[in-house]
Design a protein around this ligand. Structure first.
Ligand code: HEC
Ligand code: HEC
Ligand code: HEC
Ligand code: HEC
Ligand code: HEC
Length: 192
């Protein structure tokens, strides 16, 4: 009787030790992986958690002047955002609505006019980029009254646009989970 109890006891201790070791390996692994991924996201802007990513643009287009100081509505330029999955970057013809007259002495405006007249485009550098396996839909959100600022920050104060949130799955889910939002949580809503 006593012998068996002892055996059970040492077996239990063995398990405890194994699980402590397992936990150590697990946490250590998590730390190493988070360093690796942290380093990747720092040095390779592209897909992933590029919070605060703020690339230089070919022309220093300033939202704080256009949307802030002159209060041009976001939808005046991003005019597909209520109808489409994607929020378009405006065509140069939109810029020329004003810049045919405004600031025509600026070298940047000269560049825009030249591209417009030659029917070429300005290669804006993309700021936000979800991985391919995720689907996002602007019109669904904007039509439900989620404001641009909630997801993009105060763009009307930004001289150069940057990524305001981390665009992680947790960030999406956290908002979808709020009861008042009645937003879908099943995987296939966002992944196919
Ligand atoms: C006069 C036109 C104009 C107005 C008004 C405007 N934008 Fe933009 N927006 C642009 C252009 C051009 C770009 C591309 C260059 C850049 O990133 O700065 C852009 C880029 C962006 C981007 C980054 C897109 C990417 O590459 O991921 C966001 C986000 C954005 N705008 C949001 C807004 C919001 C929110 C408002 C209103 C507060 C607004 N914009 C008003 C012209 C405009
Ligand atoms: C619920 C969050 C959310 C709201 C609200 C939102 N956006 Fe976005 N926006 C995103 C995400 C996420 C991306 C990146 C999409 C991708 O990579 O496919 C993005 C990308 C963009 C882009 C780059 C082009 C594109 O479609 O990928 C522009 C421009 C933009 N948003 C403008 C706006 C404007 C203007 C508004 C308000 C009218 C707005 N967004 C509202 C989350 C949001
Ligand atoms: C509704 C009118 C309007 C539209 C549309 C517009 N802008 Fe402007 N833009 C202005 C005004 C006003 C200024 C400020 C002029 C000043 O500083 O006196 C300005 C200034 C600028 C400047 C700074 C020029 C300099 O050298 O100081 C750039 C660059 C510029 N806009 C680019 C663009 C681009 C690119 C687009 C299209 C995506 C665009 N603008 C669309 C009205 C507009
Ligand atoms: C600030 C709150 C908020 C955030 C952040 C948010 N969503 Fe949503 N989302 C909503 C709401 C509200 C709806 C419900 C729209 C409806 O009822 O049709 C929705 C609906 C959707 C839908 C369903 C669209 C359709 O066609 O019915 C998709 C897909 C989606 N969200 C993807 C995303 C992804 C991906 C992200 C993160 C990159 C995200 N959302 C971040 C609030 C949010
Ligand atoms: C509201 C939108 C949304 C829903 C619902 C959602 N996801 Fe995601 N998921 C995302 C976004 C955005 C990313 C990319 C950012 C990231 O990796 O956090 C992602 C990334 C992932 C990844 C890749 C992680 C990586 O490290 O590359 C997996 C796996 C995943 N999701 C599985 C799921 C599963 C399983 C479900 C259902 C239980 C689900 N997702 C529901 C938005 C969503």
């Amino acid at each position: 009787m006593q012998k068996r109890a002892m055996q059970g006891n040492s077996l239990l201790k063995g398990r405890l030790r194994a699980s402590a070791w397992g936990r150590f390996v697990f946490f250590f692994g998590v730390i190493v992986l988070s360093f690796v991924f942290g380093a990747c996201s720092k040095f390779q802007p592209g897909i992933g958690y590029n919070k605060n990513y703020q690339p230089d643009q070919p022309i220093p287009f300033d939202h704080s002047v256009h949307a802030g100081q002159y209060q041009i509505k976001c939808q005046y330029c991003h005019n597909q955002v209520e109808r489409s999955k994607h929020s378009n970057i405006p065509a140069l013809s939109t810029c020329m609505n004003c810049h045919i007259q405004v600031k025509t002495d600026s070298p940047f405006i000269a560049k825009i006019r030249e591209a417009y007249e030659k029917n070429t485009s300005i290669e804006w550098v993309r700021v936000h980029m979800l991985p391919d396996h995720v689907q996002f839909n602007h019109s669904a959100h904007v039509q439900k009254g989620v404001s641009c600022n909630t997801c993009h920050g105060a763009v009307d104060t930004m001289k150069t646009v940057y990524q305001f949130t981390d665009l992680s799955m947790g960030w999406c889910i956290n908002c979808h989970r709020q009861p008042e939002n009645k937003a879908p949580l099943n995987c296939t809503t966002c992944h196919q």
